[in-house]
Design a binder for this molecule. Structure first.
Ligand SMILES: Cc1cc2nc3c(=O)[nH]c(=O)nc-3n(C[C@H](O)[C@H](O)[C@H](O)COP(=O)(O)OP(=O)(O)OC[C@H]3O[C@@H](n4cnc5c(N)ncnc54)[C@H](O)[C@@H]3O)c2cc1C
Length: 409
């Protein structure tokens, strides 16, 4: 074979995989449909875990900002919860471009080859095994292992025959703003509200005059979605109605899609493995994918080395990556929160989820909110949540049952 590994996609999953497969000495080819790695959004709010995976220090050029408090607030009623410095673990804002560049540069110096403007169309199969990809018009590249890190609408996944019957997508839209006024650079905000829909609006300061303002929303049904104002209008309305952002300038606009219903049923087969959004490896409730992609990419690279060394690209051999992945704490967190997200979206089909969100904002304690945001909530926290919000949990359960009964989903 021409290559040991082909990686499709240069998001956090593909870059982390390529950095490590090349570090292990595997001949790695990376195919990306865009012109350069920094052209696509990577995600930016992370905790220490992501810094550790990336091997960068909190005070380095890779970190755009650090927050000492986080506020969850309702745009409609102003009800809020403050997670202050006494409770907040470490929350950082990555400098996305620099983080993408460092992974690319490490991979390049390890000998990986990058081809841009290379859109993967399908995998190439011999018998039941994937042996490479077709890309652009009629170009072809062959490798022993093909990695589909090509995002939520992965061509590698679809043409390999992987399915995701419960796919639930969160649509995200983000402005990078300059010329803001009186921003407290230490505090990040998460907002819920009627016009936000099933999701949240976020405000992450980069400095006293620069912020990232974004919104992520899950369509519970098309009818519910159509009733909501477009996401960019919700952001523009926020800017207009807040003095800090009334004169702000929109420097850049990004959009993307994140799966939030948990890990897909199967993401490995002979000669092929998925990594990142394509496999549903995203923290489902908050839609955070950077850390989870880093984790999956590193693990996959370790298995790629084993697979290549053994010369065994069979389904059984590649599946060991999936098996070890599913046993990890990150994976069980994704699976549990994914189930929760499916239940909430079904509840929201026929019920007012804002009512539930307001109850949560009114009653949730800051410590619990912090654990959920940081992704380190244990079983005890989830049990506590279930008992504290029993009436609401029952309502969600009933809404879920009703949705299944009425829609047959
Ligand atoms: C607006 C928004 C804000 C977010 N903020 C955060 C955050 O603050 N913190 C966090 O943890 N997560 C955040 N996320 C989630 C995070 O960005 C994703 O989970 C993460 O980027 C997924 O990484 P990935 O590598 O799997 O896929 P992607 O980042 O989607 O990368 C896929 C890559 O594959 C390329 N590609 C696609 N199709 C093909 C093809 N056919 N051929 C070749 N290349 C292809 C794409 O161009 C892209 O470069 C955010 C998401 C959005 C949309």
């Amino acid at each position: 074979m021409a290559y040991d590994v082909i990686v499709a996609g240069t998001g956090p999953a593909g870059l982390m995989t390529a950095e490590h497969t090349s570090k292990y000495g595997l001949k790695t080819l990376v195919l990306e449909k865009r012109k350069q790695v920094t052209d696509s959004l990577m995600g930016e709010l992370v905790t220490d875990k992501a810094l550790n995976f990336l091997r960068v220090k909190p005070d380095s050029e890779f970190i755009g900002n650090k927050f000492t408090s986080i506020i969850g607030e309702s745009l409609d009623t102003g009800a809020n919860i403050v997670v202050d410095r006494t409770l907040l673990g470490n929350s950082y804002l990555f400098d996305e471009d620099k983080c993408q560049e460092i992974m690319r540069d490490r991979a390049l110096s390890n000998g990986a080859e990058f081809r841009y403007k290379s859109r993967v169309k399908s995998v190439v199969k011999e018998g039941n095994s994937v042996v490479g990809v077709k890309y652009n018009q009629d170009e072809e590249a062959r490798a022993n292992l093909t990695v589909g890190a090509d995002g939520s609408f992965s061509r590698v996944s679809e043409t390999s025959g992987f399915t995701h019957p419960k796919w639930l997508l969160s649509y995200g839209y983000r402005f990078k703003l300059t010329n803001c006024k009186n921003i407290d650079p230490n505090t990040a905000y998460f907002y819920v509200g009627k016009n936000v829909g099933l999701g949240y609006l976020w405000l992450y300061p980069r400095s006293e005059s620069e912020i990232n303002l974004g919104i992520g929303r899950v369509p519970s049904t098309k009818t519910n979605w159509d009733k909501l104002p477009p996401m960019r209008d919700v952001l523009r309305n926020y800017m207009k109605t807040h003095p800090e952002t009334q004169d702000a300038k929109i420097e850049s606009v990004n959009a993307g899609v994140v799966p939030c219903s948990g890990i897909i049923p199967k993401f490995t087969d002979a000669g092929v493995a998925l990594c990142g959004n394509s496999a549903g490896q995203v923290s489902s409730i908050v839609g955070g994918g950077v850390t989870t992609c880093f984790h999956a990419g590193q693990l996959l690279a370790k298995h790629a080395k084993r697979i290549v060394d053994a010369g065994d690209f069979s389904e059984k051999s590649v599946r060991l990556y999936e098996k070890e992945y599913r046993k990890s704490k990150i994976a069980s967190n994704i699976t549990n929160t994914g189930k929760g997200m499916i239940a909430i979206s079904k509840y929201a089909m026929f019920n007012d989820h804002m009512e539930a969100a307001e109850i949560v904002l009114g009653q949730l304690d800051a410590d619990t909110l912090n654990k959920l945001i940081q992704g380190n909530a244990g079983v005890a926290t989830y049990m506590g949540l279930v008992s504290n919000f029993l009436p609401m949990v029952m309502k969600i359960g009933l809404g879920y049952t009703k949705a299944i009964a009425m829609s047959g989903l």
